[in-house]
Ligand binder design. Sequence first.
Ligand code: PHE
Ligand code: ZN
Length: 885
Amino acid sequence: MQKSDRKPKFLKDYAPPDFLIEEVALDVALAPKAARVVSRLRIRPNPKVATGGKPLVLDGEDLTLESLTLDGKMLSAVDYEVKDGSLTIKRVPARPFTLEVITTCDPEANTELSGLYLSRSTYCTQCEPEGFRRITYFLDRPDVLAVYTVRIEAERDTAPVLLSNGNPVAQGDIPSTNRHFATWHDPFPKPSYLFALVGGNLAAVPDEFVTQSGRKVALTIYVEPGKEDRCAWAMESLKRSMRWDEERFGREYDLDVFNIVAVSDFNMGAMENKGLNIFNDKLVLARPDTASDGDYVSIESVIAHEYFHNWTGDRVTCRDWFQLCLKEGLTVFRDQEFTGDTRSGPVERIGAVRILKSNQFPEDAGPLAHPVRPPSFIEINNFYTATVYEKGAEVCRMLQTLLGREGFRKGLDLYFERHDSEAVTVEDFVAAMADVSGRDLKQFMRWYTQAGTPELACSLDYDAHAKTARLTVSQIIPPTPGQAKKEPMLIPLKVGLIGANGDELPLTLADGIPLADGLLEVTEREQVFEFQDIPTPPTPSLLRNFSAPVRLSTNLDPGQIEFLMAHDSDPFNRWQAAQTYATNLLTDAARDGGNIERVTGKKAARLAQALAATARDSSLLTAYRAEFLKLPGEADIARELARNVDTDAVHGAREALRKKIGEEIRETLTELYEANAESGPYSPDPESAGRRALRNAALDLLVATGDASEIARAERHYRDATNMTDSIAALAILSHLAAPVRDKALDHFYARWQDEPLVLDKWFAVQARAASSSSVETARTLLSHPKFSLKNPNRVRALIGSFIHGNPTGLNRPDGAGYQLLAEQALEIDGFNPHMAARLLGAFESWRILEPIRQARAKSVLQDLAARTLSTDSYEIVTKTLGDG
Ligand code: PHE
Ligand code: ZN
């Protein structure tokens, strides 16, 4: 494997390309072992750079060069040099010229799943970020934008479907052969990372969309034959996304066709190639019996995400990979808004914040912390992170909060108007926002450059005599690797004050200015906001709707938090209050060695009653009520503890609290379980899904009582399930129990679904997540199961991914067996798919918050890894995770 070197690359070293490539004509002959690519490039010296006499250096990896022709003249070996990762043509004209490059690559041997590879028998490509160079020699960087015409030829029988970006222009048979061809043309200039090509025996599911200006777009989803009946939801989601982007952001689709291809081997979720999105099939295929409500939601949001990239990413792209958040953060923000608008704003917000806190906060607090726009990287593949995506989305959301929905929309309009068909930077994006609002966003830029989660401490003091409430706010941004000192950030802090009877109090600042939307702007390290005319002591509701990605601490007492749980008019904060109350109980218990008395007493009982009150409240959406019955996860508790974490103590405390809640409100839970029973055929709509979520959450707490009749209820739930949502919820609950109920259900599930890969993944996942003293051994047994394969990323994520992210007591077993399992599997995967391996190794990121014994075990496993031969990807993760200490 030819790989780039291990030297970091720096944002500050950015230089524009010496040459531009304006037109690309590719002729690709597909064959499993030697796909032949004829590439004709129209190249010219970059007028913005003095190139006189500079050689042309093209990127290339794992390619076999057959010939090179410049302006019709064949070059000989003395004219160029092929090295690891590059092709240098020593002398090129100082005017536009045409270069023809003929190479072959080996799709069958491509186990990295980057470049041109085979997924089962389908040829497909993945070019972001640096995969195009594995298809042909090129200036493989996002600031080189070209217009592509692509001719593909392949065997008619094995690859009847041939697709590329843009619009189809020609197709036909190649006379007297068994081969045929198709030609595609994409009129929009694009960077090479958005190139895509597919060839295979695929079934087409067609549909149509008429844009707001009346243009017809042919939509097609391509899947393995036999899977056509699982595309309806993805198609419906696509059409709704297209409509929503027109209505909310005025963005219309721009080609005659939009194609989606589902493949079973894919390193990530999906890819936004212009006009030809390629998807992990997990995020396309859904049928009520095979996909859960959660799957339906993910499909809807990823279909939307990739579609939205057509404007945020494709039409306006990134100048360099340091700007990745420019397209990813913005597009995640857009897909979150879509989900919020089409489902429920608060439920979406709760979900997004859960993900941010569980994935991004640990990253920001650990050795891999980096700003939303990293200043350097060794391997760009390692920077598709929660910080770039999720915190990046929060940064866009803060801009919308500060500018208002309308202001933000105007800013985005200006951004598209200014930069259509350009490769730009974060500065360009923020400049558009500054220009439409007339605001100075210089301080705001720190969100892109400073790593670490700001800690916001708020305390409210009431002056009964003056009838004023003073809110003191201070911010601390903790040091992160390479950034010891931080400057204060601009933090939008949405607040409310709630009177004793639960009413919102009108907010008037000391200078008499009404604060209608409750939005404060924190800009200093310490700041005081004074509110006038507050008749009685209020309860503050702080950081409403999670208005900034910060860690909040307050001087609220348990009584006030309980009050907010019942009365906060901000639905997000009402939920947050319940989470905070539970987290406080759980961290106290975990610090006390898992002392369960702390979670079985009066406070726990009060929590249980409060949860029951909201869960019963039929004026609220069912999906929202369900969120109240889900306690903070073990990783959430560990994160709050932040040091000396004993994962067994955390697990014990949480299990005890679940049991306590189950016992305390058993009657309510039983009622909820019964009242929300399924009637009629399955529908994935939010209200039906909400009912299932509420019912399954109630069941989970009922079973936590350990009562035999509740376990029998779970067994019945599994047996009677008429859809995957209920079936997998019951199986997950049963999988935590001791044999034989557990084994019986698992065996039944396996027998039914062994030939359905995406469903079988769920079978691997529930077992990998089940906490028990032998969970490492269980995971090992599953690793040698005949249906397990390290080569399929979905299966690896189902088993190894679920174990390392969903089984904290297993991964962190004090004897180090969990770490060993991870290290050894990652090492093996590293040999053929470094990107995948490095992602798994990210699970070590929080090792320093553990208690000393586990810390020592993790460290020695990491040190052992560091001493091995690793890919650049894994090397970067392992060495940074170990750090200097
Ligand atoms: N750009 C893809 C997205 O929409 C993610 C991706 C990155 C896919 C790299 C493959 C490789 O988020
Ligand atoms: Zn994306």
